[in-house]
Design a protein around this ligand. Structure first.
Ligand code: ADP
Ligand code: ADP
Ligand code: ZN
Length: 216
């Protein structure tokens, strides 16, 4: 699942992973969990995340590859937020090839930059399960509590306007080339992400079938 910061990847990955019956593996969620637990990895990632820069590739690649070894990942996973640059895409391809696997489908959730800023400015995230809400576009049923787990909602420090500007610049420079690569490989599906959450959800269901995405 590819897209700019705020494109709706996390929101949609939750639905799509349930449809496909495979776990969602989100590099940003895993990194935030490490920070919450105060691990070495979390401490190493901190300064990069706070600036909106990418965390060094070795750290992120090892973390993801380790996650792919978990028993629940045997039939595949839905990756969200990884790979985010050419080196990560190379590393992922190499590791998947070793295991006889491959990237089956890449989905690009396309949203204009002006819309990203207002989405991130109003985003509230759950401390418990990392589900995201929006104060206007997707408010929780009970103010400041997560619909799914009842966890406390907070605003991410890196959703501040100054940091968002850098995150978008990093995405344009480092991540768009990955989108272009999957397009050349013929595995890219583009989805118009500038529609309501339900309409995007439906478009994704139509664009990605279980048979082509999951090895059985
Ligand atoms: P977004 O809302 O931009 O999709 P994420 O939760 O995916 O945010 O990422 C938050 C931060 O975590 C990024 O700005 C970056 O610092 C770090 N991060 C997440 N995924 C990666 C990755 N694949 N490579 C390097 N850094 C990452
Ligand atoms: P990403 O993981 O790509 O950074 P999120 O899924 O966290 O993005 O969504 C960013 C923000 O935009 C959240 O506040 C979310 O509730 C909201 N959002 C997600 N999809 C839509 C949509 N289709 N329309 C309006 N707001 C959306
Ligand atoms: Zn929650």
């Amino acid at each position: 699942m590819l897209g700019a910061p705020g494109a709706g990847k996390g929101t949609q990955a939750r639905f799509l992973s349930a449809t496909l019956g495979v776990p969602m593996v989100a590099s940003g969620d895993l990194l935030r969990e490490h920070r919450q637990r105060g691990t070495d990895l979390g401490r190493a990632a901190q300064e990069f995340m706070d600036r909106g820069d990418l965390v060094p590739d070795e750290v992120v690649v090892d973390m993801i590859v380790h996650r792919l070894d978990a028993p629940d990942a045997i039939a595949g996973v839905l990756l969200d937020g990884f790979p985010r640059n050419a080196a990560q895409a190379d590393a992922l391809e190499a590791r998947l090839t070793e295991r006889g696997g491959a990237i089956r489908v890449a989905v690009y959730v396309d949203v204009p930059t002006s819309v990203l800023v207002e989405r991130l400015a109003g985003r509230w995230m759950c401390r418990g399960c990392q589900a995201s809400f929006h104060e206007l576009f997707h408010p929780p049923a009970i103010a400041s509590a997560c619909d799914t787990c009842g966890g406390e909602l907070y605003q991410r420090a890196d959703d501040k306007r100054e940091v968002v500007t850098n995150r978008v610049a990093v995405y344009l420079r480092d991540t768009l080339p990955v989108v272009a690569r999957y397009e050349r490989q013929g595995i890219l599906r583009r989805i118009d992400g500038n529609q309501s959450i339900d309409v995007v959800k439906q478009a994704l269901r139509e664009a990605v079938s279980v048979e082509e995405a999951i090895s059985v």
